[in-house]
Design a protein around this ligand. Structure first.
Ligand SMILES: C[S@@+](CC[C@H](N)C(=O)[O-])C[C@H]1O[C@@H](n2cnc3c(N)ncnc32)[C@H](O)[C@@H]1O
Length: 221
């Protein structure tokens, strides 16, 4: 067991250890700490109750994956994380969230996979993550086993968010948790596609468990 893993086991089950939290804060990405703590609590709950893998759409550089991986590790399961690693619309050159250090100079495209791998290795959590490199709907279409948590944080257009919801919710165990990031009821705060899949989930029988910033945790009622 690594030092990071040992330290994690001293922390309460619903909270990450200081080491995991420090790795999360040091990682490239945008998720604030309060949302990360809510994500960790949901992941620990889902993994502890179901014993099933935890699925993330949108690995990016591994910031949120660190939390899922550590919660999965503590419950004896794994985190699955899907990303084509070419970046979302808003991360492309000329857009608000573009990071030039994430462009592969040889092909001239975003490639977040190397940073993702370094981040998980530095956190001591590499062995608790299965990275699925591909387009979310394609991976979901061939996926064949249940998951304990679906965390949707991929593309933020209606096309992508809806495809993530439609592709992965059928794989969610009956007592699993659905987590949606970047839910902004007020259009002045951000794009509406994640909000629309959150509304759809409520309409299709999910109940809200918690709301922290733009992070919503839901379970089937
Ligand atoms: C907002 S970032 C994820 C942030 C990450 N969850 C975190 O908190 O650090 C969105 C990611 O989704 C990926 N993405 C967007 N559309 C996708 C799709 N259709 N299939 C797979 N990955 C996709 C992008 O490449 C990008 O890395």
């Amino acid at each position: 067991m690594t030092d990071t893993a040992q330290a994690a086991d001293a922390a309460p089950a619903e909270a990450p250890s200081a080491g995991t939290l420090a790795a999360f804060e040091a990682a490239t990405g945008f998720m604030p700490v309060d949302e990360g703590l809510a994500l960790y609590a949901a992941a620990a709950d889902a993994a502890g109750r179901t014993g099933l893998p935890l699925l993330e759409v949108g690995s990016y550089c591994g910031r949120s994956t660190i939390l899922l991986a550590d919660a999965a590790r503590r419950a004896g399961t794994v985190a699955l994380t899907v990303d084509h690693h070419r970046g979302s619309e808003e991360q492309q050159p000329g857009w608000e969230y573009h990071d030039t250090s994430l462009v592969d100079p040889e092909v001239g495209l975003m490639d977040t996979l190397p940073r993702f791998r370094r981040t998980l290795r530095a956190a001591g959590l590499e062995d608790h993550v299965i990275a699925l490199v591909g387009r979310s709907p394609q991976v979901a279409a061939v996926w064949g086993s249940p998951v304990g948590l679906v965390f949707i944080d991929g593309g933020h257009t209606d096309e992508h968010a809806t495809a993530d919801y439609r592709g992965w919710v059928p794989h969610l165990a009956a007592d699993g948790l659905l987590v949606v990031h970047d839910v902004f009821p007020d259009p002045a705060d951000g794009g509406q596609a994640p909000y629309r899949i959150y509304l759809r989930a409520l309409d299709e029988g999910f109940q809200e468990v918690s709301a922290t910033g733009s992070l919503r945790v839901l379970r089937r009622s």
